[in-house]
Design a protein around this ligand. Structure first.
Ligand SMILES: Nc1ncnc2c1ncn2[C@@H]1O[C@H](COP(=O)(O)OP(=O)(O)O)[C@@H](O)[C@H]1O
Ligand SMILES: [Mg+2]
Length: 276
C-alpha cells in the first residue's frame, strides 16, 4: 500500500524523503502510575530516538513496562517527567500519524460489525465508498484474510481476530505503526507469512514500526534495532542494531552468523539484565 492522503499530519512527505529523520524522541522519561493510594515507578530514565522507516522491536521480561512505554508513544499515558516528541512536537494525546495495535484484540473489535466494516471503520467519511472497499480489500489481503470480509469477528479464531485488528491499522496507511505483541496468537506458518507481508508493506511505504514481542527470534528477524527493557522500574538496558540485509528470508536470514550472534546477545541480556 502507498501512503495516501489520509494521514498527512505533521510527518509530511518531505520528511519521508529525508531518510532517517527523527520520528520519536524520548528524553529522560519517567512514568509512575497510581497503585492504591501511592504512585509506583514503572519506567525510569528512558532515552530513545526512533528514525523514519525504522523497524524497532522491544523485548523484555513481563511487567517491565513495555506496554506502558508503547502507551506513552501512543499518547495514552503521560510521562511523570521527561519529554516525548513525535515529529518534533510534544505528544499530548493520540495522533493520526501513529496507529496502535493493542494486545487485547478481543475487545479492540466491534462484535456487531463484520470484518470488513471493522477494518473500514477508520476510513468512514474520509473517502468514497469505492476507495474504502479497495483499501479494506488490500488490507485483508495483506493479513491473509481475503474472503472473510462478511464474517463477524467473534466467530473467528484469536489469531484471525488479531489479524483483523492489524488490517484495521494498515488500512489508514499510518506513518507510524505501534504494535503490542501483535503476533502472539498466531500459529508459526501464519506468523511467518504475516511477518513477510508486513516487511513488504514497510519497504514500499517507508513506515516506522515499533512492536513488542516475547520472541527473540521474531525480534531479530523483523527489526533494524532491538531494544531490551529490564528491571523494576523498567529501563532500556540494551539497544542492538541487527545489521541483517533486506529483504529478509525466513530460511536464509535465520541461517546467517549475524542472526545467531544477535540472538545470543539478546538471550544473554534477557537472562542477566546485561551482557554477561
Ligand atoms: N494503569 C496502571 N496502573 C498501575 N499500574 C500499572 C498500570 N498499567 C501497568 N501497571 C503496572 O506496571 C508494570 C508494567 O506493566 P506493563 O507496562 O504492562 O509491562 P509489560 O508490558 O512489560 O509486561 C506492571 O507491574 C503493571 O502491574
Ligand atoms: Mg505488555
Amino acid at each position: 500500500m502507498r501512503k495516501g492522503p489520509v494521514a498527512p499530519g505533521r510527518l509530511t512527505a518531505s520528511d519521508d524523503t529525508a531518510a532517517g529523520s527523527v520520528v520519536f524522541e524520548l528524553r529522560d522519561v519517567d512514568v509512575a502510575l497510581p497503585v492504591g493510594s501511592h504512585d509506583r515507578d514503572i519506567l525510569h530514565h528512558i532515552d530513545a530516538t526512533v528514525r523514519s522507516g525504522e523497524i524497532v522491536g522491544i523485548i523484555g521480561p513481563s511487567g517491565t513496562g513495555k506496554t506502558t512505554l508503547l502507551r506513552v508513544l501512543s499518547g495514552l499515558v503521560r510521562p511523570t517527567s521527561g519529554t516525548v516528541l513525535l515529529g518534533g512536537e510534544p505528544v499530548t494525546g493520540p495522533s493520526r500519524d501513529a496507529v496502535t495495535v493493542f494486545q487485547d484484540y478481543a475487545t479492540a473489535l466491534l462484535p456487531w460489525r463484520t470484518v470488513a466494516r471493522n477494518v473500514g471503520l477508520p476510513l468512514e467519511g474520509r473517502m468514497s465508498k469505492a476507495q474504502q472497499r479497495d483499501r479494506v480489500h488490500e488490507a485483508l489481503r495483506i493479513v491473509g484474510l481475503t474472503g472473510h470480509d462478511r464474517e463477524y469477528p467473534w466467530r473467528l479464531s484469536g489469531g484471525m481476530q488479531q489479524r483483523v485488528q492489524i488490517a484495521r491499522a494498515l488500512v489508514v496507511e499510518p506513518h507510524v505503526l505501534l504494535m503490542d505483541e501483535p503476533f502472539g496468537a498466531l500459529d508459526a506458518i501464519t506468523k511467518g507469512s504475516l511477518h513477510d507481508q508486513l516487511m513488504q508493506v514497510q519497504a514500499a511505504t517507508g513506515q516506522t514500526i515499533i512492536f513488542i514481542t516475547h520472541d527473540v527470534d521474531e525480534a531479530v528477524y523483523l527489526s533494524d534495532r532491538v531494544v531490551v527493557i529490564h528491571g523494576s522500574p523498567g529501563s532500556i538496558v540494551h539497544d542492538v542494531t541487527t545489521q541483517l540485509p533486506r529483504p529478509r528470508d525466513q530460511i536464509a536470514t535465520r541461517d546467517l552468523p549475524r542472526f545467531h550472534q544477535v540472538r545470543h546477545e539478546l538471550a544473554e541480556v534477557l537472562r542477566y539484565g546485561r551482557l554477561a
